[in-house]
Write a protein that binds this ligand. Structure first.
Ligand code: PNW
Length: 497
């Protein structure tokens, strides 16, 4: 080839890589860790077996089956309560370094309180953890992935401040029971979904609609609960167990619609309302809620006739107590949205959206998935990682969820495309931008109960046949792709050494 032709090939390659996100041919760092994730309610089934108590998702799906696609629920789900050995065999075949799963609080404590421990539930997790360890897979354990014991909901659920103590007691029990083997703990998964969907919009269990009030009260308890669990670990367990504790916060990347100052300010405000709401108090060197939330919610509350802000206040002692309660930054991220400046929404009914007052949308040209909210925007994740790196003082970041939904096909090329491009952008953030990302988690190990969407949106690396009483698992093309990435630490056929 002539020099000119070579130059054209080179330019085309760079164009393709930057425009379409062709994966880069560099290797992930030697100590980078790969895993997959699931959550108790989405996979375990056995909802009332062996002494398990009822939780808010059991309750919600049984009472409001009309709100779930095909009226489905997690009564059986993937039947992982009975089939965990098969799950471990899949993880072993994938070659993952870790498996992130969650404990069902009601399976361990049927009433939610620590006065009565359900031994079969404890045994289930002991067996799962032992099987993982025998196969060289580290357990990464989430204490709370949305399935609150129903008796605690009857006391008001997360807006009740006393739940912080009940959660802390449950956390202490979990550290005591499993902490010799579990070295990576996550207190809450995506508290934003718990609080906003559960107690704000009221579309997820427990279905409490209290937009702009209940969601803020919920978040306030959750942040205090997380901090209590962290301090308990610090004071009572860290010296002997030597593990890490963190809280999973989720967000989209929010890209300004234009480079106007207004749109840039709107996008920053949106990420503070969406993500800073939970992340700031824990991960920011100053702690507390983002100032833009404190100011705007106080102002709007006053105009609405409230005697004080709808956003609860942390005392200075609480700010100090919550600040820094993490050992790594745990991030779930799937997609990107665009943000445009908007005039403040009129004063009227309180709501989280009005408190933020910005316009959010997605570009209709972005590739879609089976989930309406999930567009394929790999470059957004690289931008988000850089924003976190700068905003929270260069933390160690573990991506605790990232993944793509389709309708369950075995030759899932769209999922492979998603993973390869997202991983490539993450790798660029590490190698070219110096962001300290040390681990990646594919959501999900297998197709499972996708909340209101039931079994209609599939995120799995393995297919599960939900019409078969055996819940047969079948490997997908994406699992083979991910297995190769884990084995080679490389996203293309051959990587630069
Ligand atoms: C996460 N959104 O939830 C959860 O942690 C998982 O349980 C869930 O299965 C997975 O992502 C896929 O949805 C999300 O609307 C819920 O932006 C809602 C959104 C994103 C993630």
């Amino acid at each position: 080839m002539k020099f000119n032709q070579l130059l054209i090939v080179f330019v085309v390659q760079v164009f393709l890589r930057t425009t379409y996100g062709e994966p880069i041919n560099k290797k992930f760092p030697e100590n980078f860790l790969f895993g997959t994730a699931t959550a108790s309610y989405q996979v375990e089934g056995a909802w009332i077996t062996d002494g398990k108590g009822e939780n808010i998702w059991d309750h919600f799906t049984h009472i409001h089956s009309d709100l779930i696609a095909n009226g489905d629920n997690g009564d059986i789900a993937c039947d992982s309560y009975n089939k965990y050995q098969e799950d471990v065999a899949m993880l072993k075949d994938l070659g993952v370094n870790f498996y992130r799963f969650s404990l069902s609080w009601s399976r361990i404590l049927p009433s939610g309180f620590t006065n009565q421990v359900n031994q079969p539930g404890v045994d289930y997790y002991k067996n799962l953890i032992a099987a993982l360890k025998e196969n060289g897979i580290e357990p990464y354990v989430t204490l709370y992935h949305w399935d609150l014991p129903e008796p605690l909901q009857e006391l008001g659920g997360w807006p009740n401040p006393d739940l912080a103590d009940y959660f802390a007691e449950y956390a202490r029990l979990a550290f005591t029971l499993f902490g010799d083997d579990v070295k990576n703990w996550m207190t809450f998964n995506e508290a934003k979904q718990t609080c906003q969907l559960g107690y704000g919009y009221g579309v997820y269990a427990p279905g409490v609609a209290s937009d702009g009030i209940g969601d803020y009260l919920c978040a306030h308890t959750v942040l205090r609960a997380h901090a209590k669990a962290y301090h308990i670990y610090d004071e009572e367990f860290r010296a002997t167990q030597n593990g890490r504790v963190s809280m999973v916060v989720d967000t989209d990347w929010f890209e300004p619609d234009s480079d106007s100052e207004e749109d840039i300010e709107a996008a920053e405000r949106r990420i503070q309302f969406n993500f800073g709401w939970y992340a700031n108090a824990i991960y920011h060197p100053d702690g507390n809620y983002p100032q833009v939330m404190i100011d705007r919610i106080a102002d709007r509350s006053q105009q609405e006739g409230f005697p004080r802000s709808r956003l609860p206040e942390f005392t200075p002692e609480e700010v100090e107590y919550i600040k820094g309660t993490y050992d790594f930054f745990a991030l779930n991220t799937y997609t990107t949205s665009l943000v445009k400046w908007s005039d403040d929404y009129p004063i009227g009914t309180p709501s989280w959206d009005a408190d933020g007052s910005v316009t959010v949308y997605q570009d209709s040209s972005w590739n879609s998935s089976a989930s309406g909210w999930l567009k394929v925007v790999p470059w957004g994740t690289r931008k988000l990682l850089n924003w976190i790196d700068q905003t929270y003082d260069h933390p160690e970041i573990v991506i605790t969820e990232n993944g793509y939904s389709d309708h369950g096909e075995l030759d899932d090329q769209d999922r492979i495309n998603y993973y390869s491009k997202y991983l490539s952008n993450i790798l660029q953030a590490i190698l070219e931008d110096g962001v300290n990302v040390t681990g990646y988690t594919a959501w999900s190990l297998m197709d499972n109960f996708e909340w209101l969407s039931g079994y209609t949106e599939k995120f799995g690396l393995y297919q599960v046949d939900f019409t078969d009483p055996n819940r047969t698992r079948t490997i997908k093309s994406s699992a083979k792709f991910y297995k190769n990435v884990i084995a080679t630490k490389c996203l293309v056929d051959t990587c630069e050494e």
